[in-house]
Design a protein around this ligand. Structure first.
Ligand code: PMP
Length: 357
């Protein structure tokens, strides 16, 4: 049975991507070699890296606008550190919006480099909403935002207006909706949700932002060094880069972010309508801040958990358990998830209601 995959990450990939990635592992471009046994300096891989970097800029409509794209190892958690190391001035100050666990981790890691201000927080209500009317101090080196809070299922619909450089962790909603990406000075995302599989991060940075801190930065941490070396300063995660390339190509062929957004809105509407209608469940995120990527909800009667979990597994629903720090359920509906999977899950919830109401 093909499972309906609601995993929060690593998560579902388009079948075409899985097919092509597996072919490349066995015989890359009919070369008689595997993708993962050739040098990353081989021209065929260098072409993949270059195409992936330029596809990222093209999808975000940032080509020719003074941005560079990188595909680097380390997971989004490494970018928490790299961002501060590259952008926080000596004796400088950075602002963070504390809207969830990951946002909080980013803030704490930045504190190794200097002063960090919590500009706004939604911790008072267990991160169930997005702070509004945020006043951004004008003496910050940058403001860090987490556009989508994967664990709590909240998402920024509007971003603070400010002249301070904006840094955004888009790990769980990159490529999912149209935004004016040129408002951001640095965007980063781990690949394992909407941009491929784990092992690589996408970083898109405005070139003029870099090299302004008077700080000495070790090469592996230095975005400028990585740009000079065309994202090949050291050995890239070749397989993950290839999966990212295939995933971005799939998205482009689908019709780009506009097409993805249409699909994502339809899936999210269907999912939230059922959460709101079904008498056994309740949603946790403030309605106006609900994420189109991760829908979080709980059973009203937790004694029904075992029965619902068993029904989900027997019906091929995978990955809907909430994050361990939050509990409940979470349906992650990334770009590659077909609407038919949401339809199936909704049917399962409806059937459960008829049995347990
Ligand atoms: N930021 C966000 C928004 C996330 O959802 C996650 C979890 N995937 C991370 C950062 C951390 O990513 P990683 O595990 O790749 O370090």
């Amino acid at each position: 049975m093909k499972m309906h995959n609601f995993s929060s990450g690593p998560s579902i990939l388009p079948p075409e991507v899985l097919q092509k990635a597996s072919e490349a592992v066995l015989n890359f471009n009919n070369s008689g070699l595997s993708l993962i046994e050739i040098s990353h300096r081989d021209t065929s891989f260098v072409e993949i890296m270059n195409s992936a970097r330029s596809l990222a800029l093209e999808l975000l409509n940032l080509q020719g606008k003074g941005y560079s794209a990188l595909l680097l190892q380390g997971g989004a958690s490494l970018e928490f550190v790299r961002v501060a190391n590259n952008l926080m001035k000596v004796d400088g100050k950075a602002g963070y919006l504390n809207t969830g666990n990951w946002a909080n981790n980013a803030k704490n890691d930045a504190a190794y480099f200097g002063e960090v201000i919590e500009v706004a927080s939604s911790k008072d209500k267990n991160y169930s909403y997005i702070p509004k009317n945020i006043l951004v101090p004008n003496d910050l080196d940058y403001l860090h935002i987490t556009s989508n809070n994967t664990i709590y299922g909240t998402q920024f619909k509007e971003f603070p207006e400010t002249d301070i450089p904006l840094v955004c962790d888009m790990s769980s909603d990159i490529f999912s909706r149209n935004l004016d990406f040129s408002k951001f000075d640095l965007i980063y995302a781990c690949a394992q949700k909407n941009a491929g599989t784990s092992g690589v991060n996408l970083i898109v940075v405005k070139d003029e932002l870099l090299d302004k801190t008077n700080r000495s930065i070790p090469n592996i941490m230095n975005y400028k060094k990585h740009i000079e070396r065309e994202s090949m300063y050291n050995t890239p995660s070749v397989f993950s880069v290839y999966v990212s390339y295939l995933t971005m190509k799939w998205l482009k062929d689908l019709g780009g972010i506009t097409a993805a957004e249409r699909r994502n809105n339809a899936k999210a509407n269907l999912m939230y309508s059922e959460i709101d209608r079904n008498s056994l469940f309740y949603g946790t995120a403030a309605i106006e801040d609900r994420s189109t990527m991760n829908a979080t909800f709980f059973l009203k009667d937790e004694n029904q958990t075992k029965a619902f979990d068993e029904l989900c597994s027997s019906e091929g629903i995978y990955g809907v358990k909430g994050h361990r720090v939050f509990g409940g359920y979470r349906a992650s509906m990334y770009n590659a998830l077909p609407i038919t999977s949401v339809q199936k899950f909704v049917e399962v919830m409806q059937y459960f209601e008829t049995r347990y109401m």
